[in-house]
Design a protein around this ligand. Sequence first.
Ligand SMILES: Nc1ncnc2c1ncn2[C@@H]1O[C@H](COP(=O)(O)OP(=O)(O)OP(=O)(O)O)[C@@H](O)[C@H]1O
Ligand SMILES: [Mg+2]
Length: 346
Amino acid sequence: MTKTLLVTGAGGVGKTTIAAGVGVTAARAGMRTLVVTVDPARRLATALGVENLGNEPQPHPSERNLWAAMLDATASWRAVAERHAEPDVAARLVDNEFFRAASEHFPASQSYAAADQAATFVQAKAWDLVVVDTPPSGGGIDFFTAPAQMADLVGGRLLRWITGGPLPGRRFLFNVAGRPVLRIADSILGSDLLERVAEFLLDLRTTYDGVAQRGREIEAVLGSSAVIVVTTSDPAPVREAIRFYRALPGLASVPAAVVFNRVLPSEWAEATAPPGTPAALAHNLEQWAAETLRQRDSRQEFSSRYGAHIAAVPWSAHPPTDLDGLADLMKSSSDIPWAELGFSAG
Ligand SMILES: Nc1ncnc2c1ncn2[C@@H]1O[C@H](COP(=O)(O)OP(=O)(O)OP(=O)(O)O)[C@@H](O)[C@H]1O
Ligand SMILES: [Mg+2]
């Protein structure tokens, strides 16, 4: 059975790095592992072997058991259209400027596309573990709500309001002039443009049943996945992590762990300057000791207040840019719930 790990958390906390690190570790432990990544830094993409590649999983050129895919939201939307619409409708949708605009601007589109792709990979049953890095848009929680939002978008209120009924037919195009809101738009934008909007909405509507059904499948995959919430010890990402940690059980499963990233070495907490240390250096040591303690308190508070399993990934002076660096970072981490992912990382 394919295990799935979803890596979520606020922007910039290290989701992509940790997703890649977990992926390499699992691959080296003998699990056939796919890392699904979103917008990785260039050197990380190179390390994973996904630079310039689309959203099809690629076997790593030199790491047995490791595959990687990079999600491109536009390509994924195209895949959604192709999956759920008749071929001629799909071709028209992809060609429609409003479809392209929607795929770029609908806030949950990247999340939906990523969730849909990820679910496809899990359902392919070709891997032992699929690690999914979640897109930064909407702070990751979007990923879990996107299937429902998407179904609402294509079948929902906006469309009913514009078309005046639950299931608009082509006839609707001839009634355009009758709707005051559209008459105004028509005079401003020109009827050709309006027709393109109408065409887009009608075509999109034909995908509704497929999208709604698919949304339920995606939600089932998300619901049976392990989730880790990544954060740093800084107040803003911790607030986000708390929000995720409390919201996730209602949307997916109880997070397996909250992973604090960029954790300073615990021995720094006790560092004291020997007599004769220049004042600036002594002050520096004090500051880092205080920061190390603050980080520890932040982890302890998360654990005692929310009962979360806490894991720690150390701060590294050289952020990992290759597979060995990623594996080393994970080896020096503590309490990552490897067993829950189906292997031991000894
Ligand atoms: N433990 C660490 N020590 C030092 N640097 C790190 C560590 N983890 C991540 N970084 C660096 O922090 C930066 C952000 O990491 P990463 O891209 O993984 O975050 P992200 O959560 O995926 O960001 P985004 O939300 O923008 O996708 C990168 O430059 C990465 O190399
Ligand atoms: Mg990232």
